[in-house]
Design a binder for this molecule. Structure first.
Ligand SMILES: Cc1cc2nc3c(=O)[nH]c(=O)nc-3n(C[C@H](O)[C@H](O)[C@H](O)COP(=O)(O)OP(=O)(O)OC[C@H]3O[C@@H](n4cnc5c(N)ncnc54)[C@H](O)[C@@H]3O)c2cc1C
Length: 474
């Protein structure tokens, strides 16, 4: 049996991944980590604060579920490799595959995109449904137990080793007794609000260095019915993306039940409102009246919800320095992104693949540090994309927000890519494969791509939002 061992500890026998693993948080990252770890431990206990709903519904512990969640192709491939047949299940459950750029009227950097045949598809069904399908598959494993309705409130152990968690049953209220639960390995998957840095400090261990870039982006989202079929027969979605000179965003994205999630975004100081009267009016700030026009004909199906904590935060558990054995972090608890780039679920799945691969590697001992490095590496490209773009947004703050000389050179090149890809199907294919996490960033610097970026003028793009596909249907 392969097990996550103490840093540098090559003794045989039970390492901290050996017998009992506790995963904090039973959302996407936690469930997928549990799925992988069940192959390397005798039992895995997932401790989840919420009680799961019976079906694919939002729950209090994942308030982001009320906002659109696109599943990028990199995440689709990772989920399929972890849970074979998953994408067929997602399709069967109705999650709409939206072909990019064929099926969508998309605006960015002052241009409408040509709707040439799709080079990739994103799934735009609800996050609750994706989590529900993952949960059904993962909890069917008899080696995995979920302890619902229970908070982790601290860690057991000392500076050199984490030995378990402290639990509090939510049904017993804030003054309930704390119960210890011992573990050979504890995995933090408690999301962007993780308290693990404070818990590590409390047992005398060093918390991770944190890098933050915050644009102050805020979302407001409301579900609508397209009662007049105003999107048209060939258009599945609208998408207006912000950039440094136009900071408002808007999306109309289809859900599995035939309704649409509409999200408006803006920056700190001019956040989108959630009141019924003001929500649709805010769409007038977008650079084109398309979304506002659609909203005034569509039927709202409930109140709008807001979301404001959207900073990019990376916790560097991978860096040199004393780290306790028996503790790992994954998903948003390690690296959380500005949601506008739609990356977090894909990175949760890619992290589980990285965990599987590093534990399966028979040539190397999976020390805590080695595994944590693999987990960080799984999020690196997504971080480079969102951090790189967000540094340029007006008012970006945080200890990692400074623009360095290397950022300026990359920024100059990427600006040329962005000016050209809406009108160039081939450059669009390459750039989308990077953005959807199926090709490395270096694909943008391949000789043929660099020639286009450096020497070709931007191609023609539509003057008005294109409402039909171009060329053969996707
Ligand atoms: C507004 C918004 C929009 C987004 N849009 C996209 C998108 O389009 N595409 C995409 O791929 N990603 C998107 N994301 C990111 C995505 O939601 C997350 O990356 C994804 O859910 C994986 O997160 P996670 O499992 O690490 O954490 P979470 O999903 O946040 O789950 C953390 C879990 O831990 C539990 N928990 C927390 N603390 C404790 C505790 N002390 N004890 C026990 N349980 C605890 C919570 O109840 C929850 O179940 C978006 C995020 C936001 C905020």
């Amino acid at each position: 049996m392969n097990s996550v061992r103490e840093n540098g500890d090559r003794r045989s026998g039970h390492g901290p991944g050996g017998r009992h693993v506790v995963v904090i948080g039973g959302s996407l990252a936690g469930l997928l980590a549990a799925h992988v770890l069940a192959g390397h431990a005798e039992r895995v206990t997932v401790v989840e604060r919420d009680r799961y709903p019976d079906g694919p519904l939002p729950r209090p512990g994942t308030p982001q579920s009320r906002h659109p969640h696109v599943l990028l192709e990199g995440g689709q491939r990772a989920l399929e490799s972890l849970l074979p047949g998953f994408i067929a299940e997602l399709r069967a459950a109705g999650s709409p595959p939206v072909g990019m750029p064929a099926d969508i009227a998309q605006w960015q950097s002052g241009r409408w995109f040509r709707r040439t045949p799709a080079s990739t598809h994103i799934y735009t069904g609800s996050r609750a449904q994706i989590e529900h399908l993952v949960r059904q598959r993962v909890v069917a494993n008899p080696a995995i137990t979920v302890t619902e309705g229970t908070d982790v409130v601290g860690l057991l152990g000392e500076a050199s080793r984490v030995r378990g968690v402290l639990l509090r049953d939510r049904a017993d209220g804030a003054h309930a007794q704390r119960q210890p639960l011992e573990a050979d390995l504890v995995v933090d998957a408690s999301g962007r609000g993780t308290k693990a840095p404070q818990w590590l400090t409390a047992i005398g261990a060093r918390p991770p260095h944190e890098e933050t870039i915050d644009t102050g982006l805020a979302y407001a989202t409301r579900v609508y019915r397209d009662r007049n079929k105003a999107l048209g027969a060939e258009t599945l979605a609208y998408y207006v993306l912000p950039n440094p000179s136009q900071v408002y965003g808007g999306g109309v994205l289809p859900l599995e039940d035939g309704t649409y999630m509409v999200t408006l975004s803006g920056l700190r100081g001019d956040e989108p409102p959630t009141s019924d009267e003001e929500f649709a009016a805010y769409a007038k700030r977008l650079p084109h009246p398309l979304v506002h026009r659609w909203l005034s004909e569509a039927e709202p199906l409930g109140p709008a919800s807001g979301f404001r904590q959207t900073a990019n935060v990376r916790r560097r558990y991978d860096l040199h320095g004393p780290r306790p054995a028996g503790f790992l972090a994954t998903g948003d608890a390690v690296c959380t992104f500005n949601p506008i780039y739609g990356q977090g679920m894909a990175v949760a799945a890619l992290s589980a693949v990285a965990l599987r691969d590093v534990l399966d590697d028979k040539r190397r001992t999976p020390t805590t540090r080695r595994v944590q490095r693999a987990l960080l590496a799984a999020s690196r490209q997504a971080w480079d994309i969102s951090a790189g773009a967000d540094k340029k947004m007006p008012g970006a703050s945080g200890n990692a927000a400074a623009v360095r000389a290397a950022d300026r050179a990359a920024g100059w090149y990427l600006r040329r890519v962005q000016e050209r890809y809406p009108g160039d199907p081939e450059l669009g294919r390459v750039f989308r494969s990077v953005l959807t996490l199926t090709k490395p960033l270096t694909a943008l610097f391949a000789p043929a791509v660099a020639r286009t970026v450096l020497f070709s003028p931007p191609g023609q793009t539509p003057v008005e939002p294109p409402l039909t596909r171009e060329g053969p249907a996707a």
